[in-house]
Design a binder for this molecule. Sequence first.
Ligand SMILES: *[C@@H]1O[C@H](CO)[C@@H](O)[C@H](O)[C@H]1NC(C)=O
Length: 392
Amino acid sequence: MKDPQPALLLPGTSLQKACRLLVLFCALHLSVTLVYYLVGSERGIFWFFADMQQFPGGAQRNATLPPAPRGDASRVDGGSEVLGKGSEVPWLPENTDRATLNAQPTPEDQGVPALATAPQTDCPGMPPQLVGPLLIEFSKPVNLEEDRKANPDVLEGGHFTPKNCRALQKVALIIPFRNREEHLKYWLHYLHPILQRQQLDYGVYVINQDGDATFNRAKLLNVGYVEALKEYDYDCFVFSDVDLIPMDDRNIYKCYDQPRHLSVSMDKFGFRLPYTQFFGGVSALSKAQYQRINGLPNNYWGWGGEDDDIYNRIVSRGMGISRPDAITGKCRMIRHERDRKNDPNPQRFDRIAHTRETMNSDGINSLSYKVVKIDKFPLYTRISVDIGLPGR
Ligand SMILES: *[C@@H]1O[C@H](CO)[C@@H](O)[C@H](O)[C@H]1NC(C)=O
């Protein structure tokens, strides 16, 4: 019989074949390694190049994104953390709730509605209807008419007040906005039921940047603060991006004894903080905290940095950041392309390096804008505003 593999019998040919195989194997190995390397450090490489190209020499936070050090605020141990201050007890007994926790159980605690005529008792620190983890998805389209019917207790303009108890805080939810109708629908669809279960006395304000100038998130938030206060005596302001939805209703959208960062565990960042000082996405400041930092900066035009400036303001005024734990603080971001007129702001690294010098003259005390239109929709108030142009 003829040998099917004559090469085995001929040392020259078999050596050649073996070599070829070896080369092939090496090439394969190399490409697999390369792929793993690129995937594994995608963000690192991105930020590295971003930093090199635009901001040479900068020891910037975003240039040194992950890995987050062990034991920082992105930990998953259920603790709540205050940066810059001593650590705080877990989210349940935080300051604003302590009095309530020590108080006698109220009828609402046991699920018994109070009589309409009875003097109202404070809502409990731990709202009884919370369910914990939530399923959040963006595949089915949202119909706002259905959502209006599903939330009959939400009044025109997007206001709600708990019926059976007195809310612990009056919260204005402020959303900087332009051309994101689809995202806003999801936000309203998911947030209204959550906020009602959280027993907040709240109102939803969508601050729409009128015109075509570069987007300015923080200035819109300042406008939201001022305009909301014209309507109601709010004592807490939650500033939320329109595309961020909490995945756990125990992440209460209210204020704490330190400025609160709520979106600590975003899917976009692999459910962890991108860096310890990160204050972007969703944050909450009481009226007193907001005033103490002279509000938010007005001169961050375009994407990025304004949240770092706010962080700097907070720390330079002797406050710290309070956060929920990484489980409670999970949230989803609706995927999208970068918006038009919101390119990365090339001045942002320079600006955040000078917050301390600029914050006294740039903020709520220097805010100027013109309201173009106020619309009261069933689930939200929409304020269109002319905030001017960069460089003013
Ligand atoms: C850094 O990245 C975070 C997350 O995307 C962003 O919120 C922040 O504004 C960025 N800061 C700067 C200075 O680019």
